[in-house]
Design a protein around this ligand. Structure first.
Ligand code: PEP
Length: 249
């Protein structure tokens, strides 16, 4: 049985006040019997504050990005060791905004995935096709290439300590959620792709769906056989919405 994950990607939003308010709302509102794993990913500048606020709570802390380098002359970058030092257990790699806006290729994403695991962080590997690629019938080809590039670098066994997030680019921040069937189809394909290389890793690997998840659509998405939770952008900035998503899990 795979435990559902509700993960919030705060992107470049927030302030010290907002970080404290949102974390306290989530901590206070999370049901004692909540059966899901909760992860929040604030911006780098608020990780330390978030870590302090989360002390003693089961909510996990993740970062949104990691350097390909371990240390040294890389102005503006943040290393895996630093993220661990700041209290992170997880890090997003390959988010579509990083791929599209900051030129991250699948090869760069694979190095980041490896760097994360080298320091003990759990990478959340984001994959997904654009609308153009979906309409051209290339969804499976695109996500397979994104996945295989990482497997090619780190090997299939590394996926035992990772999470996947299928995030169709056309659904991110648009309010246009994939239908549960559309999500399930791609999730099942990803699981089959992993299973062809290691069945037990495929069985235990959590595959999250991301793309306009909110309090109203989370339950039907999470009910799908191969959807093991959500990576949530916009709705994770609203305490009540995010709590509804956690409850849906
Ligand atoms: C995301 O950025 O990972 C995301 C899924 O955003 P949203 O939920 O706003 O579509």
């Amino acid at each position: 049985m795979r435990k559902i994950i509700a993960a919030g990607n705060w992107k470049m939003n927030g302030s010290r006040t907002m970080t404290a308010t949102l974390i306290n709302t989530i901590k206070g509102g999370l049901a004692k019997d909540c059966n899901c794993e909760v992860l929040i990913c604030p911006s780098f500048g608020y990780l330390s504050l978030a870590c302090g606020l989360l002390a003693g709570s089961p909510i996990k802390l993740g970062a949104q990005n990691i350097s390909t380098e371990a240390s040294g002359a890389h102005t503006g970058e943040i290393s895996g060791d630093m993220l661990v030092d700041l209290g992170c257990t997880h890090v997003l790699v390959g988010h579509s905004e990083r791929r599209a806006l900051y030129g991250e290729t699948s090869e760069i994403v694979a190095v980041k995935f490896e760097e994360a695991q080298l320091v003990g962080l759990t990478p959340v590997l984001c994959l997904g096709e654009t609308l153009e690629q979906r309409e051209a019938g290339e969804t499976e080809k695109v996500v397979e290439q994104q996945l295989q590039t990482v497997i090619g670098r780190v090997g299939i066994d590394a996926f035992e300590r990772s999470v996947l997030a299928y995030e169709p680019v056309w659904a991110i921040g648009t309010g246009q959620t994939a239908t549960p069937d559309q999500a399930q189809k791609v999730h099942a394909f990803l699981r089959r792709t992993i299973a062809a290389q290691n069945g037990s890793i495929a069985d235990s690997l959590r595959i999250l769906y991301g793309g306009s998840v909110n309090g109203s659509n989370a339950a039907e998405l999470f009910a799908m056989l191969d959807v093991d939770g959500g990576l949530v952008g916009g709705a994770s900035l609203k305490g009540d919405q995010f709590l509804d998503i956690c409850a849906a899990a």
